[in-house]
Design a protein around this ligand. Sequence first.
Ligand code: HEC
Length: 187
Amino acid sequence: MFTPDRKQVSRPVKGRAFLVSLAAGGLILCSAVMAADGPGLGKHIDESQLQGWDLIVQPDGTGLPEGSGTAAQGQAVYEQSCAACHGMKGEGSAGVPALAGGSLTTTPPLMTVGSYWPHASTLYDYVRRAMPPLAPKSLSNIEVYQVVAYVLQLNGIVERDFVLDRASLPQVKMPNSGNFIDRSQVQ
Ligand code: HEC
């Protein structure tokens, strides 16, 4: 019968214990170095670089940039950058949501910017940060005002010459705005 030799059994165990203590020692050493100099990851950014990420637009208009645009101006932007996916009149296509029309009373309901979204600010915020999906943030702030005005016009919410800007956008009344419950104060 094979009887394991104590020495043979204990050797690998000792080896592991040694490795563990080496790793632990390394960690302590690393954290001491990190505490002194920082982990050496990333780099400092300044205010102007931060602006490219600080894109939140709130319903009261906070966060909207300078500039303005009308639906008449936005039609060209829309046809060039959006229509291929969302359709010429915002009707959507396979796998791409409709941006205009829709209704919450059909079965199933069709939720669009016009039938569902409570605030026009969300449209500015979302388009500026995410659309078109293959080149997000490629539109200028003014082009975003223009194309947002056009999407609102496709939904019959603003006229073709309505000037959308920092002051007028929060005043735009979205058709479904009254049908939400404000739970923002609920803890
Ligand atoms: C390459 C195709 C494509 C292009 C071009 C494109 N979109 Fe989209 N868009 C999408 C897809 C896909 C979604 C759904 C994304 C999701 O739900 O995550 C979407 C979502 C949206 C939504 C949200 C709709 C909703 O009810 O959830 C808006 C608004 C929108 N796009 C506007 C635009 C505008 C304005 C442009 C042009 C500047 C544009 N999109 C260009 C594909 C596209």
